[in-house]
Design a binder for this molecule. Structure first.
Ligand code: ADP
Ligand code: MG
Length: 586
């Protein structure tokens, strides 16, 4: 209740606003609401997902023009045109998304500018849309027989949409799909290896952001009762992005803050600057630009985190409801060949990092892959898990060639891995990080998450994540930010995350690095138990005592090639291995 108090106060203030405020302020709040709806979408797309779009104003225009044209020309009901506008925006967004979201780096924002400008000129140059004069005489909207004629009445519809958008996006982010979306920025490789379809997740957030913009456009058209192309220009697109960034890139409420601040500041500057300077002109844009640069310098994460300091403290702690266990994969009988890699070669330009490498892993065994730094062990892991596929060679997992598969397909067949350079989402709790590993063990989608119809499944996923965290001995850190743990512990979190996918083959890249003696012993015990359960483990490790006490078989690599293979005792006596490890010394 205490935690909800600020929200309750905010909603109460919103509710009484139009009853007490002068006309001008209600109008301002209406605009803030309209902008906030677009900015919420941008927080999801840009702030959380890391995909920068300058073109959102064009989607606002699509929603606005669809209803303007259909209601004035054909007398279609506004509620129907809302749906039609959403469908149309959805189609356009899917089309543009498929083209632009493939582009990386600065090409993506440039792409959004390109289509943002194109759509703007389309609105202005199509004759039946009224050219640059636009369309007038757009009808009012009625809500359950209540005609929203004035801005004061329309206000409630706008802010209802704002609140619904915020609640549903927050719900979404706190779900299985939400974790996948939060992994897009900075964790895409890891997410793919955990089974997340990242291109699809990108399209999904692009679509959601476009649909929110379209709804804002529809509201705008029926509030103003006329439309022309100006508010859908690229300038406005940039302003939407400002709002999302200034408010708080990763915070949904930041969208409202950003929309509010920028709208009010702009209004204020427009009123006062000409008076102060004694001449008219678009001076506000200049001040605005400077303010933006300052915010980006001083508060990179936007201003919402500054506000959060004043609100009741929130931790990453949450309830993990008891839930029935998730169904498990049928185990492979001990001795089954899980992985069979033969003659794998991986080239990076002229560098041959893996040359003709062969190895196999059976169910119920620990296979160790050892060799000096730079020998090509991690590269081999990447080939096997298709994180960075092999140039040549055959890799079969459970008897099936992995050549046509991408990392997430291989994950879905029961292979999971950790990374030598830890890939955790540092701001998220250990629990949520591990839950990403269980991504493929749920199937509730975005809509179910937004509407909270996924809670039973979510409870099972989180309970599974919690179980794996306990199993690896990190129960006390379950609600800590993953980035706050010691590096050795972070590696253990990676193991828990891999285990949460219920794999039959586990690839561990230097899991014991950075662990203390006791922790190493606990890890070795865990791996022995997993082996006894029938799991196959491929292990890269430098600590020879750890490896030799645990491995059933060992493959030794040097300069990308296999130089020895056999049981630990054999390999340790092999002159080539001694040479590789001690060669420089003696
Ligand atoms: P290990 O894990 O055995 O220490 P790696 O597999 O990380 O070795 O590296 C093997 C070789 O491949 C090194 O020379 C490394 O510099 C090179 N290498 C690894 N990844 C890449 C990459 N993505 N691009 C270019 N070279 C790479
Ligand atoms: Mg390595």
């Amino acid at each position: 209740m205490m935690r909800q108090l600020p929200l309750i106060i905010f909603v109460a203030l919103l509710g009484v606003g139009p009853l007490v405020l002068p006309e001008f302020h209600v109008t301002l709040l209406n605009y803030i609401g309209l902008y906030a709806i677009v900015a919420v979408g941008l927080v999801l797309l840009t702030g959380v997902g890391g995909l920068t779009s300058f073109g959102q104003a064009a989607f606002v225009g699509l929603g606005a023009y669809t209803t303007a044209w259909l209601t004035t020309t054909y007398g279609v009901s506004p509620w129907l045109t809302l749906l039609i506008g959403l469908v149309l925006t959805g189609i356009v967004a899917l089309f543009l998304g498929f083209i632009t979201l493939r582009m990386g780096g600065h090409y993506l924002p440039l792409g959004t500018i390109a289509w943002g400008i194109s759509l703007y000129f389309l609105f202005g140059n199509v004759e039946f849309l009224g050219g640059h004069t636009g369309i007038t005489g757009i009808p009012t909207v009625s809500l359950f027989g209540w005609e929203l004629k004035s801005g004061r009445e329309f206000y409630y519809l706008i802010w209802l949409v704002v609140l619904l958008a915020i609640v549903s996006i927050r719900n979404l982010l706190d779900s299985r799909e939400g974790r996948a979306i939060r992994a897009l920025k900075g964790g895409a490789v890891m997410a793919e290896a955990m089974g997340v379809n990242t291109p699809r997740a990108k399209i999904v957030i692009f679509l959601i952001a476009a649909l929110l913009a379209s709804i804002s456009g529809w509201l705008y058209a029926h509030l103003q009762r006329f439309v022309n192309p100006t508010p859908f220009s690229i300038t406005q697109g940039i302003e939407y992005l400002f709002m999302a960034v200034v408010g708080g890139v990763g915070h949904v409420w930041g969208a409202v803050l950003g929309a509010g601040l920028i709208t009010i500041l702009k209004q204020w500057l427009q009123d006062w600057l000409p008076q102060i300077l004694g001449q008219s002109g678009n001076f506000e844009i200049i001040v605005f630009g400077i303010a933006m640069v300052l915010v980006l310098q001083k508060a990179r994460d936007g201003l919402w985190p500054v506000i959060l300091r004043w609100l009741p403290e929130r931790s990453l702690k949450r309830d993990v409801p008891a839930a029935e266990a998730l169904p498990k994969r049928a185990p492979q009988p001990a001795g089954t060949v899980l992985l069979d890699a033969s003659e794998v070669t991986k080239r990076f330009g002229g560098l041959v990092a893996n040359n003709n490498m062969s190895l196999s892993v059976k169910a119920g065994e620990v296979m160790a892959l050892i060799g000096p730094n730079g020998a090509g062990k991690s590269t081999m892991f990447n080939c096997i898990s298709a994180v960075n596929p092999a140039t040549e060679g055959k890799i079969a997992f459970l008897g099936e060639s992995t050549a046509p598969l991408v990392a997430r397909d291989i994950a879905s067949r029961g292979m999971s891995r950790t990374f030598q350079h830890v890939r955790l989402l540092g701001q998220m709790s250990v629990l949520e990080n591990v839950a990403i590993g269980a991504h493929l063990r749920g199937n509730k989608g975005v809509l179910a998450a937004a509407l909270r119809f996924d809670r039973a499944e979510e409870a099972r996923l989180l309970a599974e994540a919690a179980r794996q965290i306990e199993r690896v001995g990190l129960k006390d850190h379950m609600f800590d930010a993953a980035g706050s743990l010691a590096l050795g512990q972070q590696r253990i979190v990676e193991i828990a995350r891999a285990l949460a996918s219920d794999p039959c083959l586990l690839l561990l890249d230097e899991p014991a690095a950075g662990l203390r003696y006791r922790e190493k012993q606990a890890l070795a015990d865990l791996l022995r138990r997993l082996r006894a359960e029938g799991m196959g483990i491929l292990l890269v490790e430098h600590d020879m005592d750890f490896v030799m006490g645990l491995a059933d078989r060992v493959v030794v690599m040097e300069f990308g090639e296999k130089i020895a293979e056999g049981e630990p005792e054999e390999v340790q006596r092999d002159p080539k291995v001694l040479e590789a490890y001690l060669g420089g010394v003696e």
